[in-house]
Design a protein around this ligand. Sequence first.
Ligand code: MG
Length: 280
Amino acid sequence: MEKWPIGVFTSIDAGLGVKIEVAHELGVPTIQLHAPAKKTRTAANAEKFLAYLNELGITLTAVFGGFEGESYADIPTVVETVGIVPPAQRAARVQEMKEIADFAHMLQCDVVALHLGFIPHDKSDPLYGEVVEVTRDILDHCQNNNQKLHLETGQETAAGLIEFISDVERDNLFINFDPANMILYGTGEPIEALRQVGALVRSVHCKDATWADNPGVEWGAEVPLNEGAVGMEDYLRTLDEIGYTGPLTIEREIPQDPARQKTEIGNAVNLLTQLKDKIN
Ligand code: MG
């Protein structure tokens, strides 16, 4: 694959992201896919979907896990509802994540990704060890499929994420770096964070955001690419610096306005294309 193919975050029938057709219409060569609903995750559908992607000339680079009942409404709601940290949903979601990994395997995709949820920052909290344990369980399942798991950044600081990955002690655990999430969650200056976690970054989101008045307490705001505080040229130059050559996957979540979403993703494709030319 060429250096930095452009990508877009998509979905079929569940989860976040734009429709595959939008990627096709915008001439985007790669996608990440938010896992479809359970009833869709069959071998027959996987075969059909793969044939469709081949026909469109689109490469699938990662399948993201997501679960019913997750809400990104505000930071406290994320703590309560997202990922495999909430105890009440954990066992069922770990099982579902394994099924999602198996579906990704049917799609010949060797990367699955996930928002783990808020990992406790206090390592003496029993919850920390429990999250390490279930992450290992998912990773060992992925390893049987020859897959890597990429953790979406945002909820943790760069240092916290490095420590967690080291504590998990598995060599198929990496990072999907999302610079906007660092701002939205108030967990650190994204360029600096990217330099810190650089060696573990295997996929990225191109997304932008502005800081909240009280970072970490309130949400920042997601905004169109290059209108936020990330600094896209800086971001790409830093990706270059850390030796990242994988896809640049645009993520823009405004499902309430699909027309605007498509326009903004189109603008993002143009911007990234120009920056690629300038930097490479
Ligand atoms: Mg993201």
